[in-house]
Unconditional design. Structure first.
Length: 356
């Protein structure tokens, strides 16, 4: 019965877990903890089910063996009852013929009694009832008859003792079979309950896994949005041809301050928004040529100059990574490149320190 108790205990624990409402709003960590509990309970229920099915199979095999053994003992019992009946009949036959005193004296004088050795007595005791009938036709001496009677009684006692043992075995086997059949019925019910519980846990586990997936995807998206709103990315592919700070201007050949960085690549290379923001300028502006300025809030701006084309309009919101224009060489430029600036509080800063 220990298996049944384990199943019931497992169901009670699993029932506690299933009491969690999947409709409630859990923090991601709580959902992961719940998922862990559901996974553990699902494994427990699975083990209980496997153990129960194994026990059920073992019980069926034991019942099958008990039935085979009971049939053997049933045949044995029938044989013993038949022998008991036959032995009792032989005893009755032995008592049917009892000579009176005069007949006994006469038989003694004339040697009319059957001469019996020990072997003959044993044969008589263990003979069949049909074979024993021959002794009714002959006179048996009192001593020999008493020896046969004692032998029959001893045999009868042994047969009755053996029969009692066989009947006890049959009774115990029947009780054990009944017990196993009852247990199997309970096991079958519990296995069905475990299967139902397993299905419920699996459904809850699947739902929680999906909720976790959605929550994690949401968090990833939120983190991505946060990064897009708080970090800068490289606005174009290509090689860095000029850094931030004082330099010899490539056109005027005079020492001048360079307010941004230059990234050179072929004409038409995509220019990306370095950070989420709103376009505040999109047009031609003096030496910058075609220029886009994006405001990122909190006094932060980015500028993209010398473009060959502009893909956005003033007032348009852009997301980090959006293509906002194409590289070119408009304005005062010596070749196709992007002049990129980051401005904070009205002053430019070195973009290389902020680009991730």
């Amino acid at each position: 019965m220990k298996y049944l108790k384990r199943i019931v205990a497992g169901l009670l624990v699993a029932g506690t877990i299933s009491g969690f409402s999947a409709q409630n709003v859990y923090a991601l960590e709580d959902k992961k903890a719940l998922l862990g509990n559901l996974t553990n309970e699902l494994e427990t229920v699975s083990v209980l089910r496997q153990e129960s099915e194994t026990q059920l199979e073992m019980n069926l095999k034991e019942i099958e063996k008990l039935n085979r053994d009971r049939e053997i003992y049933r045949i044995r019992a029938e044989y013993l009852r038949s022998n008991i009946e036959e032995t009792m009949k032989k005893g009755e036959m032995l008592d049917e013929k009892n000579p009176n005193i005069i007949q006994a004296a006469l038989l003694t004088l004339t040697n009319g009694y059957l001469e019996m050795e020990l072997a003959d007595i044993l044969i008589a005791i263990h003979s069949s009832a049909e074979e024993f009938e021959q002794y009714q036709e002959k006179e048996i001496r009192k001593d020999d008859k008493e020896a046969i009677r004692e032998g029959l009684q001893e045999k009868l006692s042994k047969l009755e003792e053996d029969l009692a043992q066989v009947e006890e075995i049959l009774s115990n086997g029947a009780s054990r079979s009944t017990e196993l059949l009852t247990f199997n019925g309970e096991l079958s019910v519990k296995i069905t309950e475990v299967e139902t519980q397993s299905e419920t846990l699996s459904a809850q586990k699947t739902k929680v896994e999906e909720e976790i997936r959605v929550e994690e995807e949401k968090r990833k998206q939120q983190e991505l949005e946060r990064k897009r709103a708080t970090t800068f990315i490289r606005p174009a592919s290509g090689r860095l041809t000029s850094g931030y700070g004082n330099r010899i201007h490539p056109v005027t050949r005079r020492r001048a301050f360079h307010a941004g960085i230059d990234i050179a690549n072929s004409r038409g290379t995509s220019i990306l928004a370095s950070r989420n923001g709103k376009v505040t300028f999109a047009g031609y502006k003096g030496t910058y040529g075609k220029l886009i300025i994006v405001n990122h809030g909190n006094g932060i701006e980015t500028a993209y100059a010398h473009l060959s084309s502009i893909n956005v309009k003033v007032g348009q919101s852009v997301t980090q990574g959006n293509v906002i224009g194409k590289m070119g060489s408009t304005g005062r430029s010596t070749g196709s490149h992007l002049h990129f600036e980051i401005r904070m509080g009205g002053s430019t800063v070195n973009p290389s320190k902020y680009i991730k």
